[in-house]
Design a protein around this ligand. Structure first.
Ligand SMILES: CC(C)(COP(=O)(O)OP(=O)(O)OC[C@H]1O[C@@H](n2cnc3c(N)ncnc32)[C@H](O)[C@@H]1OP(=O)(O)O)[C@@H](O)C(=O)NCCC(=O)NCCS
Length: 192
C-alpha cells in the first residue's frame, strides 16, 4: 500500500470564484448575522441541520473558527456565496468537505438563503466550486448527498451533471431518528 500523501491546509480560491452572477469568498466575522438569519430558516433547518434544537447565533459565530480550523487541517473549505455587485450581501454557502487526498476525493454541499432561492444561485455555486475542486485541488471524484425528499437539492445536483448513484439506507442520525441518503457522484469531464 502506498503511504497516504501528507495533509496540507486547503487554499482559498485565488482569485475568488465568480461567474459574474455569484461570487464565492471566505466567510468574515461581519457575515454572522446574515449567516444566522439565512441558515435558521425553515428549509435549511429541515434539510441541512441534523439536530432537533434550532441552530443558535452563537453556533453560527463559532462556525467561523471551526471552518478555519478544518481548512487548516485540510479537511474542508466553506465559502460564502455573495452578490458580486455587493459582496457584503450573503446569498448562501458552498463547501468542500471530507476532503480525502489519499483517495483524491471530496464531498460538496450548499445552502441558499431564502431571499436568494429559485434563480440558479445553488446551481451556479456548485458548478464553480466543483470546477475548482477538479482543477485546483485535482480531485478525481466529487460526492454530493441529500435526503430523499430534498427534491430541490437533487435538481441542483443533476443540473451540474451529478449522477444519482444510489440510496444509502439508514445512513445517518437525523433529528429524532435515522435518515436515508441519496448519493450522487461527479467525475472530471461530467461537470455541466
Ligand atoms: C436546495 C437549495 C440549495 C436550492 O437553492 P436555489 O438557489 O434555489 O437552487 P437553484 O435555483 O439553482 O435550482 C433549484 C431547482 O430546484 C427546483 N425546485 C425548487 N424547489 C423544489 C421543490 N420543492 N421540488 C422540486 N424541485 C424544486 C427549482 O425549480 C430549480 O430547478 P429548475 O431550474 O429546473 O427549475 C435551497 O432550496 C436550500 O438552501 N434549501 C435548504 C438547504 C438545503 O437543502 N441544502 C442542500 C442540502 S443537500
Amino acid at each position: 500500500m502506498p503511504d497516504d500523501p501528507p495533509r496540507s491546509a486547503l487554499p482559498f480560491p485565488d482569485p475568488d470564484l465568480t461567474d459574474g452572477t455569484v461570487l464565492l469568498r471566505p466567510w468574515q466575522e461581519r457575515d454572522t448575522p446574515q449567516r444566522y438569519a439565512a441558515f435558521s430558516d425553515e428549509l435549511c433547518q429541515r434539510f441541512s441541520w441534523p439536530h432537533v434544537e434550532p441552530i443558535t447565533e452563537a453556533q453560527v459565530h463559532a462556525a467561523l473558527a471551526d471552518n478555519e480550523r478544518d481548512r487548516l487541517a485540510g479537511a474542508s473549505l466553506n465559502l460564502a456565496v455573495v452578490d458580486p455587485a455587493d459582496p457584503a450581501r450573503i446569498w448562501g454557502a458552498a463547501s468542500l468537505y471530507d476532503v480525502d487526498p489519499a483517495q483524491s476525493r471530496a464531498s460538496i454541499g450548499y445552502w441558499v438563503a431564502p431571499w436568494s432561492r429559485g434563480r440558479g444561485v445553488a446551481t451556479r455555486s456548485l458548478r464553480l466550486l466543483a470546477g475548482w475542486g477538479f482543477g485546483a485541488l485535482g480531485v478525481h471524484r466529487l460526492e454530493l448527498t441529500c435526503g430523499p425528499d430534498n427534491l430541490a437539492s437533487a435538481r441542483v445536483a443533476e443540473h451540474c451533471g451529478f449522477v444519482r448513484e444510489g440510496l444509502l439506507r439508514s445512513h445517518l442520525r437525523f433529528k429524532t431518528g435515522r435518515r436515508d441518503t441519496v448519493v450522487f457522484g461527479l467525475l472530471p469531464g461530467e461537470l455541466r
